[in-house]
Design a protein around this ligand. Structure first.
Ligand SMILES: Nc1ncnc2c1ncn2[C@@H]1O[C@H](COP(=O)(O)OP(=O)(O)OP(=O)(O)O)[C@@H](O)[C@H]1O
Ligand SMILES: [Mg+2]
Length: 492
């Protein structure tokens, strides 16, 4: 409405201006009294034409103005587009540089981890070399002394055995750390095992530390590796005693049954839910120094130690063993108050009652007979085992690799009662030899003697097919026990 009024006002104004212009042009002309209609019409036309000319001018001006506005707008759009593409280019550059930084960081991290690993390996290798050198020195020393006077053998051999035990212990720790902890799985009488460890440690740890035990009347039976579980109990008690230090203190070792229900989830040390089910719960509590946050966080890190003489391998081995037994671990500690470790080992499904049997007694007089094929590539070791087997009443045929063992078996099949085989051998290893021999005679008993974790052996070969397992280094007693059981048809 307002636009229409403005427009009609504009038109009226235009007409007024045109009329004025024409009037001024005509004022000079002589106008006769008898103006004709034609003259008036002409006047009208002139006015109209002038109006149109003026409108045209106006339009041209507006068009020019529009052109100016248009070009300004175009310039602005071009500027903005330029700005935008510059911003995009900058962003792309930034993304690229970020990606590069991320890649650099990753590389640095990997290099750092690699360096740490190498560092750890260096510490590990150094530690092992140091310990082994000492052990070898002891063995060599006593051997030398015995050679001078064989009468002293009785006194020296137990020292040599002790040194060998130390070396074996070191190897077990290494295997556990490598996550190859589960060795020969058997029923483990846990209370007897704890008793045994406590008995041994009572004699070695300081007098100011009292070790108490508490066993629930019903302890679930478990399957596991007795020697590895011994490591767990021993490391936990040793750490507890070491945490008490010089002060008067108590270490309480208890065994009980624990049931974790699905509706009441329980988290382990790592915050992972412990699978529901029945467990044997081993608890070791000490009244020692406790741990600060850093120790709590790093306790399972291999080589983490706060002790002057510590290697920092005890707890990483404990963790490896618990994991291998599909168990879980919890830890509560308070600086100045003490620490409690809870170890959950899955109970056997069928039996939840206490086990009766302790170690089967070894018949020290037991002797066998017949021929044993011994496959062992290390000459000195083959000689030692051969001597042990002969001492037990067997004839021994020695092969230095799997292929030779097969050949010797072909030649002596009728005489050979059983085979004792190493795993790592040149030309044909123990696994392959085992399979080939079983093809020839599925009933042939084969005892595996290996330096690897038995876990690896039982992964590669079916446990049922193996007549017995002896982990190197093994004692004469163990070899006798395993042979006796295999020959008498017991399950080892
Ligand atoms: N019961 C405990 N109380 C307080 N601190 C503990 C306890 N158990 C472990 N720790 C801490 O955790 C660290 C790592 O323990 P771990 O058993 O792995 O190594 P270590 O005892 O130092 O050496 P080793 O290899 O001889 O066992 C210890 O040095 C100690 O600081
Ligand atoms: Mg320790």
């Amino acid at each position: 409405m307002a636009d229409d009024t403005k427009k009609s006002n504009g038109i009226a104004e235009l007409r007024r201006k045109a009329e004025l212009k024409i009037a001024s042009q005509q004022s000079a002309l002589e106008v006769s009294a008898e103006e004709t209609d034609a003259k008036r019409l002409l006047h009208e036309l002139q006015v109209h034409q002038t109006e149109l000319e003026m409108q045209n001018e106006e339009l041209q001006r507006t068009s020019r103005e529009l052109q100016v506005v248009n070009s300004t707008l175009e310039e602005q759009v071009a500027d903005r587009t330029k700005e935008l593409s510059e911003a995009v280019a900058r962003l792309q550059e930034e993304i690229l540089s970020r990606k590069q930084t991320e890649a650099d960081n990753l590389l640095l991290q990997q290099q750092f981890q690699q360096a740490q690993k190498l560092d750890s390996l260096g510490v590990l290798a150094g530690g092992i070399a140091h310990d082994f050198n000492n052990i070898l020195m002891i063995i060599m020393g006593y051997c030398g002394l015995t050679k001078l006077d064989y009468e002293t053998a009785e006194k020296h051999i137990p020292q040599i055995e002790k040194a060998v035990e130390r070396a074996a212990e070191l190897c077990r720790l290494m295997l556990a750390y490598a996550g190859k902890a589960t060795l020969s799985e058997t029923h483990v009488v846990m209370w007897a095992l704890v008793e045994q460890v406590v008995h041994m440690l009572r004699a070695t740890i300081r007098q100011n530390v009292e070790i108490k035990t508490h066993f629930s009347p019903k302890i679930p039976s478990i399957r596991g590796d007795a020697s590895q579980l011994k490591q767990v109990v021993m490391n936990l008690i040793l750490n507890a005693a070491e945490a008490i230090g010089e002060a008067q203190g108590v270490v309480l070792v208890s065994l009980a049954k624990a049931v974790i229900k699905p509706e009441q989830p329980v988290a382990d040390y790592f915050g992972k839910t412990i699978p529901p089910g029945g467990y044997l719960l081993l608890e070791v509590t000490d009244s020692g120094c406790g741990m600060d946050d850093e120790s709590m966080r790093r306790i399972f890190e291999p080589f983490y130690t706060t002790k002057f003489t510590g290697r920092g391998l005890g707890m990483s081995a404990v963790l490896g063993i618990i994991k291998a037994h599909k168990g879980s671990l919890q830890l509560v500690s308070q600086p100045g108050t003490g620490t409690t470790f809870k170890v959950y080992i899955p109970a056997q499904i069928s039996a939840t009652t206490e086990e009766q049997t302790v170690q089967p007694s070894v018949d020290e007089q037991w002797k066998g007979s017949g021929t044993i094929l011994l496959a062992e590539d290390e000459v000195q070791l083959a000689l030692t085992v051969r001597a042990m087997l002969e001492e037990l009443g067997f004839n021994v045929i020695v092969a230095s690799n799997g292929k030779e063992a097969l050949e010797l078996y072909h030649e002596n099949a009728a005489d050979i009662t059983l085979v004792v085989a190493d795993i790592g051998m040149p030309i044909m290893n123990g696994y392959e030899m085992f399979r080939e021999l079983k093809k020839l005679d599925p009933k042939l008993p084969i005892i595996i003697s290996s330096g690897f974790g038995d876990d690896e052996v039982t992964v590669a070969l079916s446990r049922d097919a193996i007549a017995g397992l002896v982990s190197k280094p093994y004692k004469f007693d163990l070899l006798r026990r395993v042979l006796k059981s295999v020959i008498e048809g017991e399950n080892v």
